[in-house]
Design a protein around this ligand. Structure first.
Ligand code: CU
Length: 244
């Protein structure tokens, strides 16, 4: 239902949407059922001349059952929601899949800095690519992000990923995502962080592998290109037929 309004661009976006769907449909079912029953009895047993209202104490076995059975059915629905919630929570926040790439996300009043690992795939080396308010990712690649806040609390939110993670000053918070859809979308701050909060919009660009490598090559200084893992990978690819 949600993907009609907002595409799903991460591997776990579908799970989050399904959880929302489950809650919506269960609540909708009980709401429609109780409202229908409510209006039925209001009209069916409305005041009529000469008919005295019954006083029901709710103490007989049958009357108690009328309360208990729907009560237990709703508890069952709650259990189903709880079970699925734990499953999705684990998938998004607890499990840390093996990652192919790292990216560092630094929030401050009022901008985002994205540190991309660059051609060697390792952070804190000379070929890192640091951009303000622009996050560039490779499609179908498992990322680990490291989130920091330099001043006050912020919240790293990418709606198309269904991702939202608070950034807390003094802490490094790790998480993961895997982009699955090419395109360009919003990155937002989702925690009130001062009067410039509404003015820290950023963009995430998800590129196909070849476009991503072209982007890396474009942003890597010439003197660093020789020693990089990317350059090695390329030469290995070219040599592969001879080796085989
Ligand atoms: Cu903010």
């Amino acid at each position: 239902m949600l993907e009609y309004f907002l595409p799903r661009a991460s591997s776990f976006a579908g799970s989050i949407d399904h959880l929302f769907d489950l809650i919506t449909y269960l609540v909708m079912f009980w709401f429609v059922l109780t409202m229908a029953f409510f209006f039925y009895v209001v009209f069916r047993f409305r005041a009529k001349p000469g008919q005295k209202a019954q006083y029901i104490t709710g103490e007989t076995h049958k009357q108690k059952q009328a309360v208990e059975i729907p009560h237990y059915l709703i508890l069952l629905c709650d259990l189903a929601i709880l079970f699925y919630t734990f499953k999705v929570w684990h998938e998004v926040k607890i499990d840390m899949p093996e990652y192919d790439e790292q990216v560092r996300v630094i929030s401050q009043q009022w901008a985002w800095t994205f540190e991309h690992a660059g051609a060697d795939g390792v952070l804190d080396t000379d070929d890192d690519i640091k951009l303000i308010n622009e996050l560039v990712l490779k499609k179908d690649t498992q990322y680990q992000y490291e989130l920091q806040a330099l001043d006050v609390m912020h919240s790293f939110s990418i709606p198309v990923f269904r991702l939202k993670q608070d950034a807390v000053p003094g802490r490094k918070i790790f998480g993961h995502f895997k982009p699955i859809l090419e395109g360009e979308w919003d990155v937002q701050c989702a925690e009130m962080c001062g009067y410039g909060h509404g003015f820290m919009p950023a963009r995430v660009k998800i590129l196909a592998a070849d476009e991503y490598y072209a982007w890396i090559a474009e942003h890597t200084p010439a003197h660093l290109k020789q020693d990089t893992a990317y350059a090695n990978t390329e030469s290995q690819l070219k040599e592969a037929p001879n080796n085989g």
